[in-house]
Design a protein around this ligand. Structure first.
Ligand code: SF4
Ligand code: MG
Length: 338
């Protein structure tokens, strides 16, 4: 059997008042069952757009999508709206940064969790309520039998995120997409929520896509990493490979802006200069070239004019024209002389 989720040559463009935004451009990746893929990038790198496409939540009137997204033997981009509605919440679920935008203030937490269960599993009101209590208990909310009747505003930020996770997992989905799930929370609560996701994954074998701008979050939570830049894959590999032997100049920059890891591995401070490119007019050649220090070394005729592709085989790979030896030399110099 192939990977559980397989995204192939995905491109997403949407029309805005200012022109066409090339949000995702030729992206491919896989997620295996029971593993976590961390997708890392700055805002505007296409990571959220990619996942809205997986969920079928893009606005079809303004969006042009090409490529394929396979969830086992089901292709999602060609699936009808009805199919996607059945999949969402049942086989594929999501949690977002701010639970307040996804939880209704007008209904109790228990009712909202229960509704998802009733919709997909045809449960009775009573069964749905019992399931909601059970889920609140699983995500570590104390006194779930009382809490089930509370409204979102009666929960703290961390509790609301737990309730969101309970709602996302109520139907035992195969895939959970978590978009910046801890960004709005303080560091301690952040760590608790990430631990909770890991625990639940171990219990239920859920595959997780964790979207974040913070490589530190990925370091502790994910099995594999995909670094995105300007709608494209910059680097991909296991967490160990990408954090220990990062290959793409953009990944080097991301790593150096990770304070927690800096202390651990003496990561030199070489933050990425400049700002991400406009996706209305992406730069020709390597999209990272306006911010990169190495086009002269890699070959300006390549960097400025030809899009580097990540290798199609799986394993550690990156989209950069520098040779492996050149990358090693640069890294050695960076670490020795910060
Ligand atoms: Fe820099 Fe060239 Fe590599 Fe792009 S391909 S990251 S511009 S060296
Ligand atoms: Mg986002």
């Amino acid at each position: 059997p192939g990977p559980f989720l397989s995204v192939r040559d995905l491109s997403v463009e949407f029309s805005t008042e200012d022109g066409v935004v090339h949000a995702v451009d030729g992206l491919s990746f896989d997620v295996e069952k029971g593993t976590t893929l961390g997708i890392v990038g700055e805002s505007g790198s296409g990571k959220s757009v990619t996942n809205l496409a997986i969920l079928g939540l893009h606005d079809p009137a303004h969006t042009k999508i090409a490529g394929e997204i396979w969830l086992e033997d089901q292709e999602l981009l060609s699936a009808g709206r009805g199919t996607m509605e059945r999949l969402r919440g049942d086989r594929v679920a999501m949690i977002f940064q701010d639970p307040l935008t996804s939880l209704s203030p007008f209904h109790t937490i228990g009712r909202q969790i229960g509704e998802v269960y009733r919709k997909h599993k045809g449960a009775s009101k009573k069964e749905a309520r019992e399931r909601a209590v059970e889920m609140l208990d699983r995500v570590g909310i104390p006194q779930p039998k009382t809490r089930v009747d509370h409204y979102p505003h009666e929960f703290s930020g961390g509790m609301r995120q737990r309730a969101m996770i309970a709602m996302a997992l109520v139907c035992d989905p195969d895939l959970l997409i978590a978009d910046e799930p801890t960004t709005a929370l303080d560091v301690t609560v952040q760590a608790q929520i990430l631990d909770l996701l890991k625990d639940l994954q171990q219990q239920f074998g859920t595959a997780i896509i964790l979207i974040t701008h913070d490589l530190g979050v990925v370091a502790n939570t994910a099995d594999n990493v995909l670094v995105m830049y300007a709608g494209r894959a910059a680097e991909r590999g296991t967490v160990r490979e990408v954090l220990r032997e990062p290959r793409h100049p953009y990944t080097w920059g991301l790593l150096s802006s990770m304070p927690r890891l800096n202390a651990a591995v003496d990561e030199p401070l070489h933050p990425v200069r400049g700002t991400p490119p406009s996706l209305l007019t992406p730069p020709p050649g390597c999209p990272f070239h306006p911010r990169c220090d190495y086009p002269q070394l890699a070959g300006p005729e390549l960097c400025f004019h030809q899009r580097p592709d990540i290798s199609p085989e799986s394993g550690h790979g990156d989209a950069c024209y520098l040779t492996l030896q050149q990358k090693k030399d640069i890294r050695t110099a960076q670490i020795e002389e910060p």
